[in-house]
Design a protein around this ligand. Structure first.
Ligand code: 5AD
Ligand code: SF4
Length: 459
């Protein structure tokens, strides 16, 4: 009997990956994925806790699910509603108390137990938010070839989960738990399977991915840099990326990987949060402004054309105008290709939530100024790409007929007129113009000389 599964993913790439793993786990139970909740027998909300009022947003979504569930019941259909992800972990039984229509609450460490939990949910509410000792990864089902193909030529692999850094603003160490790295052999096996099904690009993901220290074949701890070397050797794998990193964990082997591996793409997301030493200290970031700039410099020396992106928080408790100016100066000094910026907002249970808070108007004002500066840098970076010939990995047809879309090494979308036979292939594109956030160009007939390093043409 086939049943329909609808999974809605919120938040980070880790959740997208986890949603796929849940679908893979449920496929042998006869579940096929559907694109809408309307005809689903099982609805999973894979929630994220990082944004402000995340739990409240989940409760209002659950209100909508309740209507759907009641409508289906009137037609004689039973719909099972499950809440997964970090809100499930953080709220636990509170979810079933506040939203009694929810059948199942499952934390990120328990997805491998989903089939069993579903069976139990036939007879009553089920809750599993344990941090089990045994590795969930060993029990998670591998995707079928067909499922891999459907998900495209670019895939994620979770290599570590959790975080031990305890930045004072962040919920991750509480919702995802202590840092755990997967063994090298398991990751290689997963990558080989993906490559075999046609995947060309792999992004290694984890909450603190460059803290990776999974066990190697000889029983010793590996590093992310060494893992990259192994992955780059897999036939078919043309591109590697990783996200999200902590500045303190940019070790020499990772820098060497940037220098030595053409497959490791010249694009790095390295959150800094603030440019003020005082605030970095209060955030318990464990690095100074100078440490951060040094990390950037080391990467640039290894690979001059790396495009950096970052995360910033403005209005952290105690942040003065002068602290904020330090952040603005750091932005100018580095020259980012893109960046995310957030107003600090207290997360219950984290140390910074107990500190004296800034006025909202002050935060709004700083966020606006920071975002204006970021936008300028983004536009400048995009403009510098015009005239370059960039390798593009094509991954899907475009919106207009005859168009295909891919990604540049710097992760920008690049639509061109070209044959669909190029999907899954890398081809050089000469960039002619920037429109919104995409680079438009034409397929280059012959390989042009290498693009000049971005850092050399003025950041
Ligand atoms: N307030 C504002 N932004 C936050 N982030 C994490 N926690 C908070 C918070 N309490 C931001 C950080 C992090 C990104 C994923 O979300 O910048 O890098
Ligand atoms: Fe959160 Fe990242 Fe800090 Fe870990 S390193 S506590 S995930 S902000």
């Amino acid at each position: 009997m086939t049943r329909k599964l609808y999974v809605k993913s919120y938040g980070c790439q880790m959740n997208v990956y986890d949603s796929h793993r849940m679908a893979d786990m449920l496929a042998p139970e006869g579940f096929v994925e559907t694109a809408t909740p309307d005809d689903a027998d099982l609805i999973i909300l894979n929630t994220c806790h990082i944004r402000e009022k995340a739990a409240e947003k989940v409760y209002s979504e659950l209100g909508r699910m309740r209507v759907l569930k009641n409508d289906a019941a009137r037609e004689g259909r039973r719909v099972t509603v499950a809440v997964a992800g970090c809100v499930a972990q953080a709220e636990g039984a509170e979810i079933i108390r506040r939203a009694p229509d929810v059948d199942l609450v499952v934390g990120p460490q328990s997805y491998h137990r989903l089939p069993d939990m579903l069976a139990r949910a036939e007879h009553g509410k089920v809750l599993d938010t344990e941090f089990p000792v045994e590795g969930k990864f060993d029990h998670l089902a591998a995707p079928s070839r067909a499922a891999i193909r459907k998900r495209g030529v670019s895939a994620f692999i979770t290599v570590q989960e959790g975080c031990d850094k305890f930045c004072t603003f962040c919920v991750v160490p509480y919702t995802r738990g202590a840092e755990v790295s997967r063994p090298v052999a398991k990751i290689i096996a997963e990558a080989e399977r993906l490559a075999d099904a046609g995947v060309r690009e792999i992004t290694l993901i984890g909450q603190n991915v460059n803290a990776y220290h999974g066990e190697d074949a000889d029983g010793r701890a590996s590093t992310l840099g060494r893992l990259m070397h192994r992955l780059a050797d897999i036939p078919g794998i043309a591109r590697l990326r990783y996200s999200t990193s902590h500045p303190c964990d940019m070790d020499d082997s990772l820098i060497a990987a940037h220098r030595d591996l053409p497959a490791l793409m010249p694009q790095l997301h390295l959150p800094v949060q603030s440019g003020s030493d005082r605030i970095l200290e209060a955030m318990n970031r464990r690095h100074s402004r100078a440490d951060y700039l040094r990390s950037i410099e080391r990467v640039r020396r290894a690979r001059p054309d790396v495009a950096f992106s970052s995360d910033f928080i403005v209005g952290f408790p105690g942040e003065t105008e002068s602290d904020f100016q330090d952040t603005m100066r750091l932005l100018a000094e580095v020259g980012f290709a893109s960046a995310y910026s957030f107003k600090y907002s207290p997360r219950p249970g984290t140390p910074a939530a107990e500190m004296d808070q800034l006025a909202e108007t002050e935060k709004d004002d700083r966020l606006q100024r920071l975002q204006d500066a970021i936008e300028q840098q983004q536009a400048a970076f995009m403009a510098r790409c015009v005239g370059m010939t960039l390798d593009v990995l094509f991954d899907k047809p475009g919106r207009q007929s005859g168009q295909i879309v891919g990604r540049s090494p710097y992760l920008q979308p690049v639509p061109v007129i070209g044959p669909t036979s190029l999907i899954g292939e890398i081809a050089p594109v000469t960039i002619l113009e920037v429109r919104t956030n995409s680079l438009y160009g034409t397929l280059a007939t012959a390989r042009q000389p290498a693009a000049p390093a971005l850092a050399e043409i003025g950041a």
